[in-house]
Design a protein. Structure first.
Length: 392
C-alpha cells in the first residue's frame, strides 16, 4: 500500500485530504517528496502566521523542549506568564485562560457565560457562523451541515440573522445571556459585520447587560491588520476567544476576559491538562512579538490592501465569474458565481494551495510573512484559473 491507501485504512475518513505528500515547509512554501514547491495561501487554515520552519520558532521550541516539554498547571509556568502579558497588552482584556484550541476557548466562554447568567437565559450566535465542533461550540455553529445528526445540542441557544438589525431588536431582551460573533466570519465565507449592526448590538448590551463574546479564532493575531478584527469597529467585547495563529503551528488557544469577569471563577471551576503547554507558549511568544512588535502587521496592512485592490480589478474584468471581493488584510474572500471546488483543484494543479468556504467563496489566508512577489504569483494563477473555467 502507498501512503494514501494507508491513510484510508487507518483513519476515520472525516478529511478530504489533498493528494500531496509533504516533506517539509519553508516560509510560505510546502515542498513534496520530489522537491516540487507549492505556494500555501491557506497557511494551515490561518495557523501558520510566520509560515513554515521560522528560525525563531525553531530555536525557541528546541530550547524549551530541552528544559521541559510539559508541566502540570499546578505549577507556575514562566512561558505562560510572558505570553499572557503580551495577550493582555494587545487585546486590552484583563485576564487569560489558556487552552489547546479555539473550540476549547469557546467552550470555556460558554461555561463562564452560563455560570454568570444562569442556565435559562438565551445564548445567541449569528447565522453562517462557525465556532467549533465540540458540543457547546457546535450548538453555536449555525450551519446545518455541521449540526445534522448530532442532535440534541445545548438548550437555550438561538441564532440572529447576520447583520439584521430587525432580527437583533426582535430577539435581544432581558432574557439574553450572551451573543457570540465573528466580526469577520471565516468558514461562513469572509462575511464582515456591518458597522450599524455592531453599534446597535453594543447599544443593546448597555441596556440589557448581556455578554458579548468576540470569536477571533481566525481573524485574530494581526491577520486583518489589527490585533483583532473587532478593533476596526472601536468597540470592546467582554470576552475574546482566540487560537490558530497564536501558537505558530503548535496547539494553543486563549479565552481573554474583561475586568468584569476576571474573578468569577474560583479554583477548580475550570481546568485543562495540556492547555498552555510551555512548548506551545514559547512559540506563541515569538509569534506575538513578530506580529505586534517587529512590523508584520504593517506588512499585512500594506500588502493586504494591494492584494484586495488587484482582486477587485479582476472582479471588474471577469464580472460574470466573480460576484464579490471582501475581507481585510490577509483574510480575503472572493465570491464566485459558481461552486468553488473546481477552482481549488485548478489552483492545486498550478501548485497553489487555496481553499473554498461556504461552497463558492475562495478563502485566501496567506502567512503574514507573504511578500509582494508571492502575492503576484497567486494573482497570476488566480486569473489563469478564472480564464480556464470561463472557457469551459
Amino acid at each position: 500500500m502507498n501512503i494514501f491507501e494507508k491513510e484510508k485504512a487507518l483513519f476515520l475518513q472525516v478529511y478530504n485530504r489533498l493528494p500531496l505528500k509533504i516533506k517539509k515547509g519553508e516560509g510560505c512554501w510546502l515542498i513534496n517528496e520530489n522537491g516540487e514547491k507549492y505556494l500555501d495561501f491557506f497557511s494551515g487554515l490561518a495557523v501558520n502566521a510566520l509560515g513554515y520552519a521560522h528560525p525563531k520558532i525553531v530555536e525557541a521550541v528546541c530550547r524549551q523542549v530541552s528544559l521541559y516539554a510539559h508541566l502540570s498547571n499546578n505549577y507556575i509556568i514562566e512561558p505562560q506568564i510572558e505570553l499572557a502579558e503580551l495577550l493582555i497588552k494587545y487585546s486590552g482584556m484583563s485576564k487569560v485562560f489558556l487552552t489547546n484550541s479555539g473550540t476549547e476557548a469557546i467552550e470555556a466562554a460558554i461555561k463562564l457565560v452560563r455560570y454568570v447568567k444562569g442556565p435559562n437565559k438565551i445564548i445567541y450566535s449569528l447565522t453562517s457562523s462557525f465556532h467549533g465542533r465540540t458540543y457547546g461550540a457546535l450548538s453555536l455553529t449555525t450551519r446545518e451541515k455541521y449540526q445534522k445528526g448530532f442532535e440534541p445540542l445545548l438548550q437555550n441557544v438561538d441564532r440572529i440573522k447576520h447583520n439584521s438589525i430587525d432580527d437583533l431588536l426582535n430577539k435581544i431582551d432581558e432574557n439574553t445571556a450572551a451573543v457570540f460573533l465573528e466580526f469577520i466570519q471565516g468558514e461562513g465565507g469572509i462575511n464582515e459585520a456591518n458597522e450599524n449592526f455592531i453599534a446597535e448590538l453594543f447599544r443593546l448590551r448597555e441596556k440589557y447587560k448581556f455578554i458579548i463574546v468576540a470569536d477571533a479564532i481566525q481573524d485574530g493575531i494581526g491577520r486583518t491588520g489589527k490585533p483583532f478584527a473587532h478593533q476596526y469597529y472601536y468597540v470592546m467585547p467582554d470576552m475574546i476567544a482566540t487560537a490558530k495563529a497564536i501558537g505558530g503551528g503548535l496547539p494553543l488557544g486563549a479565552l481573554l476576559v474583561s475586568s468584569d469577569y476576571e474573578n468569577v471563577w474560583t479554583i477548580g471551576k475550570h481546568g485543562t491538562t495540556f492547555g498552555g503547554n510551555p512548548v506551545s507558549c514559547v512559540a506563541g511568544i515569538v509569534v506575538l512579538r513578530e506580529v505586534f512588535e517587529n512590523g508584520l502587521m504593517e506588512n499585512v496592512i500594506e500588502l493586504g490592501a494591494y492584494f484586495k485592490e488587484q482582486l477587485i480589478k479582476l472582479k471588474n474584468i471577469y464580472q460574470s465569474e466573480i460576484k464579490d471581493v471582501r475581507g481585510l488584510g490577509f483574510m480575503l474572500g472572493v465570491e464566485l458565481n459558481y461552486e468553488g471546488n473546481d477552482f481549488v483543484k485548478k489552483m492545486f494543479e498550478k501548485k497553489i494551495l487555496t481553499n473554498c468556504a461556504n461552497q463558492n467563496v475562495i478563502r485566501i489566508l496567506p502567512p503574514l510573512i507573504a511578500n509582494k512577489n508571492e502575492i503576484d504569483i497567486y494573482l497570476q494563477a488566480f486569473e489563469e484559473t478564472i480564464k480556464e473555467l470561463k472557457k469551459n
